[in-house]
Design a protein around this ligand. Sequence first.
Ligand code: ATP
Length: 496
Amino acid sequence: MAMAITIEDMAAFCKKKGIVYPNSEIYGGMAGFFDYGPLGIEIINNIKREWWKTFVQSREDIVGIDGSIICHPKVWKASGHVDNFEDVMLTCSRCKNKVRADTFIEEQTGIAADGFTVEMINNAVSENKLSCPKCKSEFEKANDFNLMFKTNVGPLQDESSLAYLRPETAQLIFANFKLVSENSRLKLPFGIAQVGKAFRNEISPRNFLFRCREFEQMEIEYFIRKDMFDSCPWVSEVMSHEISVYSAEMQEKGQQQKQMTIKQALEKGIIMSPWHAYFLAINHQWFINLGTRPEHFRIRQHLKTEKSHYATDTWDLEYNFPFGYKELQGIADRGTFDLDQHIKHSKKDMSLFDEEKKEKVIPMVVAEPSLGVGRAFLVFLFDAYDDDKERGNIVLHLHPRLAPYKAAVFPLVNKLDDKAREIFSMLKQDFHVIYDRSGSIGRRYARADEQGIPFCVTIDFDTENDSSVTVRDRDSTKQERVSLNGLKDYLCKKLI
Ligand code: ATP
């Protein structure tokens, strides 16, 4: 159904339809920053709401927080971000063009260079005779570049007031860990979730929303007692779930990814932790339940060189973007790294009293599913986008729960405006609907298709007599006569 388009075409479509705009374009734009337009804000709010519903509200074991963007700089010292949150940068000796070294090397040579040290990058550059993509001159020696945005808090603009815009939401969960667990009376295992902005001064932002400097994350830190590592109480629910698996070993041996069930991946020891298996499966299911195609995803294990400074094992849920399989969501196992660090730096007791064991424990993070909202947004748009040649227009087959408007209301002719507005007002009480009276009905259907609106409700000359309207389904284009009395119920059932 969905047609493959490039990321550039997607960006152009989004701008044209009021989904996403390049930031401050009237001043020439600002690389790595984007603004969501009238349709985009609705879609993105729906994505976040669906995520919250699935991963927080429908579970007993996960609660949420909303931490602030700026916090005490010691948080970032303790977490390791001040010292380690770096990418290696290459600078051209002549034109001073800067590129992110690992992605550049991978594009030029196919070598997976994520996690390479400065020395490994310098070696790869000289062995492969790589030069500046702009002017072809040699690169200077590579150097580390810290990705955190700095700012000053308060009137003193010196080192003492230095603070950072948070580069991830996770640390606010750790910093509040003790209070949240006590207030919510949570017992291990449990999770704390957060949705919010993160900022990274990416060296080469690109691929539209995929890599920006300001973006949002939907994250869970899932805590267990160490002896719970081998037993995830819910893994049995996902054993038969099928997914394409690309382990570190498969990558090292040059093999292809393999489709298998979670049960097979666990039994063969490909995925070591049942918790990882569980979170990878339920996140894949979340995307599928919202209308994406299962075969567009795979899970990939990080190679030893790739792992972040805190992680002992990491799997990514990846999506096959037009520019290849790329990380959508990282699921790291952070052990007790973060809580240990915060205990050390804050000198506060962050342990919990475990009722079952009757002892104090420092819980470990067995999984940290961390999903970029913008990347999820792109996945839903790519899977929904369809250049329908028969209709002669684009159709966005967005899942009704993600659609920006649930229905469009049309008077067949302007004379029917009053009656149509009455019906529009009635629907507006319960649904986000849009009113459109301009152009032919065909033109209005096409406009609704392009906005991903699942239903069009047309008021015609018969409406006064039979108290019914015509409802047209976006995906099938089928039309049904629906009585006004039953219209809300009809839409409710269809919009689930
Ligand atoms: P990458 O290797 O692509 O730079 P990462 O491994 O540094 O990503 P994490 O720190 O694991 O990313 O962040 C968790 C999630 O946040 C990612 O899976 C992604 O969905 C999102 N994310 C990270 N960086 C960006 C960015 N610059 N722009 C948009 N989303 C991002």
